[in-house]
Write a protein that binds this ligand. Sequence first.
Ligand code: DMJ
Length: 486
Amino acid sequence: MRLHSDAAATADATGPGPWPTSRRTLLRTAVGGGAGALLVAAAGPAGGQQSRDHVVAAQIRAEYLHGWAGYTGSAWGYDEVRPVSRRPHDFFAAGHTFGLSIVEALDTLHLMGEDAEVARCCAWIEAHFDPAQDACVQVFETVIRLVGGLLSGYRATGRSALLSRARELGDRLLPAFTSSPTGIPYTHVNLRTGEVRGATVALAEAGSSVMEFGLLSRLTGDDRYLDASVRAYRAVIDRRSPLDLLGTSIHAETGRWVDCVSNAPNPPVDSFYEYLWGGGALLGDRRLTAWYHLLTDAVVRRQSVTLGGRLWFRPVDFRTGEAAGPLRQSELGAFYAGLLAKGGDLPRGAAYHATWTEVLDRHPVLPETIDCATLDAVDRCGQLRPEFANAAFDLWRLTGDDTYRQSAFRYFDGMRAYQRVPGGYTVAEDVTMGAVRLGDLTPGYWFAENLKYLWLMYSATPRFDYRGGILSTEGKVLQGLRPARA
Ligand code: DMJ
């Protein structure tokens, strides 16, 4: 993200310590030369507010470290922890560990000043992280969680071993792209043999690699990673309908659509759109930004509906624009509020976040899927999802409006009240009952995302560039980490 304005030159939003009192610095972004959203980078808290922020930041950090202690105490070196039974869990493949939670946590620990823990994580990765395991892994998850985590860890620490592990992993993932006749990656690849499987590919899997692979190309000087990502994007976007809409899944070998429903911003298409904007911003690639606007304009025109005064996005047939299926929204779609705003449509982003804030009024822990007409839960489980906090963070960075921090704090409070257990934080099977029925897992992304957004909003940490920082869909800070002070 490039910034240009006189105000930008004088603002002190990125310096150490709390931001200047009562100072709002309006910065006009120039993202890929595209639409200029207003970025209020320095909403300086005044005296009392400042110390209240520090108290909240300390609470957030304490909760993060509570979850981290649960992982390190019961599952160190494994992918994830089951914090109720205090057992480890393999995320990618049974019998194989990549130390997922360690990789996920790296840059969050850095931002929180936990340097000894960062060093411990790096030592584990250097000694044990094996990118050449005889394991068939999901390409999408491996890219956003492991490649992204290693790259942001490298950005945080400068340790070259992290970059070389990311590069080896990238090399071992590439066959999923290069052996596909269309360039759309197969869903799975065996990291040792390069054998691929899974030709029916959801859009998030087809498109969500350009930030990590683009950065990997930048850092290594090897264009193969970026080229593979852009080729995959082009293969999908070239097959858009005359309405500029996309389906949900596509066949990697034939290039034919597997279905005909445009389901944005719900999974499994969500980050396909997110990475067009993010890739454009991170890499300064105008092709990606132009695709983002082309496709987003169509989604907004054809899919947005207002129901009971609330903004939603309905599924439609991508050829006709006709409604296709019940009006339900996944909690994962809540991130879209921030994306719309970053892409230049702040009013619509704010309206969509307001919708989700109303859902939070109804359900202090957001259920996985909502009926848009009634706000009732359709899928009652709560997977410790970060998307609501992600959007609040994006909107706060863009506007400086404290209501976004307040909505994020309510989200934090609900999670703390209902999903905290002695062994950390856990998913829940049903969040709609008075006494929430708990599950038994801390997903790896919890260490990368949920409390990172909260921490960044309340801590004013000098380790983050609030103006220019760019995060991936997994919350990895791919640009804008500042080193530890000597
Ligand atoms: C994370 O892995 C990422 O945020 C991804 O984009 C969507 N799913 C999870 C969190 O819900």
